[in-house]
Design a protein around this ligand. Structure first.
Ligand SMILES: [Zn+2]
Length: 294
């Protein structure tokens, strides 16, 4: 275990007494929780175990093109600082290095469903990671759809969305969320809640009700998922990127459509995981903000 200090815990005493339930699932779960409380440091495998305890990485292995989980490994040395970013671009990795992070957790990783030659820019990114013993951890759809720390769940929190139900079925899995606002809001009021820095959304199609009650959300590049709202009681569809080919369908279905930015709608998940990591493991975190404006 990569921890400097070793406490004699309640579990050590139980182990000495040889009680059989020590080896049970509940015993191991309790031990896992005690590790959190003892503020032990983790190696990359322990970080992976923690992520898989709340992100449905295995369940989405055949649905998501992204290679979720560890994309680039590192030594077994303790992880003392984790960088969080939306994209695994060279600049994110450079900043992670400068900030002294041992691991970079991203929403958009390097590997997407097909074998890649490790050359050119990809080689540069991987070389920078490996040379500095920085692991890369990717989490795409499991992060979008997570009901607590997911991009869509946090966006729904920002809008105080009630009566939530799954929305945006992709390959049989609902990635997004739909729900009802506490009080009806204008499109401008909704935008100000999800873009608190007063930045402008990429695109607004105001073709529906002036006061919006029911909202559906799928973060990122999910303009075509608007079609699921046609013919329903949803008043506004919120996503990241706009789509020319959807424009007339949205207008003719008298729906409101907001594309608030792919980046802007997907900073929330990684930030929520960072807060969870700091709270549960006491590991230092840093958010690496590299907006694309898209
Ligand atoms: Zn995305």
């Amino acid at each position: 275990m990569p921890t400097a200090k070793r406490h004699i815990s309640f579990f050590d005493s139980v182990a000495v007494l040889g009680l059989p339930w020590y080896a049970s699932f509940h015993g191991r779960l309790f031990s896992f929780i005690l590790n959190f409380m003892n503020n032990q440091t983790w190696n990359i495998q322990q970080f992976d175990t923690w992520c898989r305890s709340f992100l449905t990485i295995d369940a989405l292995a055949n649905t998501d093109d992204s290679l979720n989980g560890i994309q680039v490994g590192r030594s077994n040395e303790p992880i003392t600082k984790v960088g969080f970013a939306v994209d695994a671009c060279l600049e994110s990795i450079r900043r992670a290095k400068e900030l002294g992070a041992n691991l970079l957790f991203v929403h958009h990783g390097l590997f997407w469903g097909k074998p890649l030659r490790i050359e050119g820019v990809l080689l540069e990114r991987i070389r920078l990671l490996v040379d500095n013993d920085i692991a890369l951890y990717g989490c795409h759809l499991p992060l979008d759809m997570n009901p607590v720390v997911g991009n869509n769940a946090v966006l729904a929190d920002l809008l105080s969305l009630q009566e939530r139900k799954p929305y945006g079925v992709y390959h049989g899995v609902a990635i997004g969320v739909a729900g009802v606002l506490e009080t009806p809001l204008t499109i401008a009021q909704i935008v100000s809640k999800i873009l608190p820095d007063n930045s402008k959304p990429l695109s607004v199609i105001a073709a529906g009700k002036e006061k919006v009650s029911r909202v559906a959300i799928v973060s990122g590049g999910a303009a075509s998922e608007v079609t699921e709202a046609f013919g329903t009681d949803i008043d506004l569809y919120l996503t990241g990127e706009p789509s020319h080919s959807m424009y007339h369908y949205v207008v003719e279905n008298k729906l409101n459509f907001v594309a608030a930015g792919h980046y802007a709608t997907e900073v929330w998940g990684v930030k929520a995981v960072a807060r969870k990591l700091a709270a549960e493991a006491g590991i230092e975190t840093v958010f690496i903000d590299l907006p694309t404006g898209l």
